[in-house]
Write a protein that binds this ligand. Structure first.
Ligand code: NDP
Ligand code: TDO
Length: 288
């Protein structure tokens, strides 16, 4: 059995959808396990006896983290340490998920897992702290999967924000100078499950194929949503600089990540192009 910490989030829901007769996947939310209480984690692990644990819980509100650093750090580092420590004690394989926002975004070519991290914002710093804890003490039975720009039919994400704005605003402005790789939660879930089943260790990168700016992503969301009849009219989308769309948290200009190490560790993993994955998610949103 694979135990997922987290129940209502994008990754947790996508992992729950992979539960079947061949692979039992159980998702535990905050009602079932208190990630801040090591005794509670120990009790849950001893009761469930999982073959592996996937941590799908995190503090993910990037802008809010700027003024809520302690809560973000508690979830993205202290809780991670609690889970990792108990996994090590009970000899359970641990899959943890991190972010492209640990990188500064000034490399200009795809980041490798071993490249230096230098987060620009509070969320990225808390995720880097979580990585560091695993790297220093728990890497023998753990892996870190960094991903980026995750979206799904459930939860809060850029795709759903754009659909809402496209249906309600006369025009949009979207940053075109931050480049990354959109990733569907379904793709990430498949990679995490394979990583758990194969007990891979080390740090790896998992995103859907292809590269986009947030502006490219928004334009494609609108094109595909119009083609599917999810939007009745097209609104103008203006590409703007980051300086013209000010947010509390800084984001990296370029956070494309190399997936080579993950592909070599998990040769059966198939990652779709982000535009194909987007179509599937839009169809799911349409079905409701
Ligand atoms: N979303 C993205 O674009 C990206 C995400 N990632 C990483 O991927 C992983 C999964 O992200 P995603 O699924 O999108 O995240 P979501 O924000 O969709 O879900 C996060 C989950 O964490 C749970 N959680 C938050 N705080 C607590 C807490 N104090 N106690 C217990 N549970 C808590 C939430 O529970 P509840 O709903 O009850 O609050 C929720 O189930 C995370 O590690 C994230 O950092 C990496 C790159 C991009
Ligand atoms: C809503 C909106 C956003 N933007 C910009 C702001 C920002 O630079 C970018 C994305 O904004 P969002 O706030 O939706 O996404 P953001 O919270 O930055 O998404 C991040 O989440 C965390 C959890 C991660 O780990 C990252 O990989 C990444 O997915 O789009 C516009 O330019 N125009 C808009 O109308």
């Amino acid at each position: 059995m694979i135990l997922v910490i987290g129940k209502s989030g994008q990754l947790a829901c996508a992992l729950a959808a992979l539960n079947n007769a061949e692979q039992a996947i159980t998702c535990f939310g905050r009602e079932q396990v208190d990630v801040f209480d090591t005794h509670d984690i120990a009790r849950v692990f001893a009761e469930c006896k999982p073959d592996a644990v996937i941590n799908a819980s995190a503090y993910t509100a990037v802008d809010q983290a700027e003024s809520d650093y302690d809560d973000a750090l508690a979830m993205n580092a202290h809780a991670v340490e609690n889970i990792a420590k108990e996994c090590a004690k009970q000899n359970i394989h641990f899959v943890h998920v991190s972010t492209d926002y640990v990188f500064a975004g000034d490399k200009g070519s795809p980041y490798l897992p071993e490249d230096q991290i230098a987060p620009l914002n509070a969320y990225g710093r808390t995720k880097a702290a979580g990585e560091q804890i695993i790297n220093v003490r728990y890497l023998h039975n753990s892996c870190i999967i960094r991903t980026s720009w995750v979206y799904s039919a459930s939860g809060k994400n850029f795709v759903k924000t754009m659909l809402m704005l496209m249906a309600s605003k006369p025009a949009l402005t979207v940053i075109d100078e931050q480049i990354g790789s959109p990733t569907s939660a379904a793709s990430l879930a498949k990679a995490c499950l394979l990583a758990a089943q194969n007990k891979i260790t080390g740090t790896h990168h998992c995103t859907d194929e292809g590269v986009a700016s947030w502006y490219d992503f928004a334009v494609n969301i609108q094109q595909q949503a119009l083609a599917l009849g999810m939007l009745s009219k097209s609104v103008p989308i203006e590409p703007v600089s980051a300086a013209a769309f000010v947010t509390p948290a800084k984001r990296p200009f370029y956070s494309v990540m190399s997936k080579a190490s993950l592909k070599s560790a998990l040769p059966t993993l198939c990652l779709p192009h982000w535009q194909d994955a987007l179509r599937e998610v839009l169809q799911q949103i349409q079905k409701g």
